[in-house]
Design a protein around this ligand. Structure first.
Ligand code: PGA
Length: 252
């Protein structure tokens, strides 16, 4: 049985006081370990203050991005070591906004994943097709390429520490969710690709979460699918009630 993960990706939202307040509410509401792992990914500036709130709670902290080098002259970047120092356990890598707006390629993402794992962070590796790719019938080819290149040369023991996030780009922030069956079809394909192309013996244990307009209304039907092991939530994670509802629905 895979332990599901529910991730709040706050993107470029929330000041430090707002992030701290949300984290305090979350800690109060989910003070005991439940059936899912809860992860919040605030902006960089709020990482340390939120880590201080989450200490001694079952909740986990994630960053939204990182650079692959350990240190050096990379103005504006942060490394995996810096994120661990700030209290992170997870890091989101390859979000489609990083790929499309900031030109991140699967080769760059592969370096980030290696670096994150080396520092002890658990990567949440995002993959997904555009609307054009879906309509051209090449979704599986795109997904397979992203997995093979992004996870190139990652040893089996490390694959166990990676969560994959399937986020169809056409469903992010658009209010258009993939239907549970559309999502399940791709999640199953991802699991198969991990087993066959990466020759990973434990693909049945790989955490594969869905993202793209997840909300309290569609969480239940998505989580009911056999290969969907959680959610990466953007817009609906900014509001405490709706994020708490998504967690509660995922626990049932
Ligand atoms: P959304 O974003 O829930 O607002 O669609 C998801 C994401 O980008 O991770």
């Amino acid at each position: 049985m895979i332990r599901p993960i529910i991730v709040a990706n706050w993107k470029m939202h929330k000041t430090i006081p707002e992030a701290v307040e949300f984290a305090k509410q979350l800690k109060k509401e989910f003070s005991e370990p439940g059936d899912v792992d809860i992860v919040i990914a605030p902006p960089f500036t709020a990482l340390r203050p939120v880590a201080d709130v989450l200490r001694d709670s079952p909740l986990h902290l994630s960053a939204q991005n990182m650079h692959w080098e350990e240190k050096g002259a990379y103005t504006g970047e942060v490394s995996a070591t810096i994120l661990v120092d700030a209290g992170c356990e997870f890091v989101i890598i390859g979000h489609s906004e990083r790929r499309t707006l900031f030109g991140e390629t699967d080769g760059m993402l592969n370096k980030k994943i290696h670096s994150a794992l080396k520092s002890g962070l658990r990567p949440i590796f995002c993959i997904g097709e555009t609307l054009e790719e879906r309509e051209s019938g090449i979704t599986f080819r795109i997904i397979q390429k992203q997995i093979k290149e992004g996870l190139n040369n990652i040893i089996s023991d490390d694959i166990r520490r990676i969560a994959l996030a399937y986020e169809p780009i056409w469903a992010i922030g658009t209010g258009k969710t993939a239907t549970p069956l559309q999502a399940q079809e791709v999640h199953r394909f991802i699991r198969k690709t991990i087993a066959t192309d990466l020759e990973h013996a434990h693909a049945s244990e790989t955490v594969i979460i869905y993202g793209g307009s997840v909300n309290p209304e569609n969480t239940g039907s998505l989580m009911n699918q056999p290969d969907i092991n959680g959610a990466l939530v953007g817009g609906a994670s900014l509001d405490f009630e709706s994020f708490a509802d998504i967690i509660k629905i995922s626990e049932t």
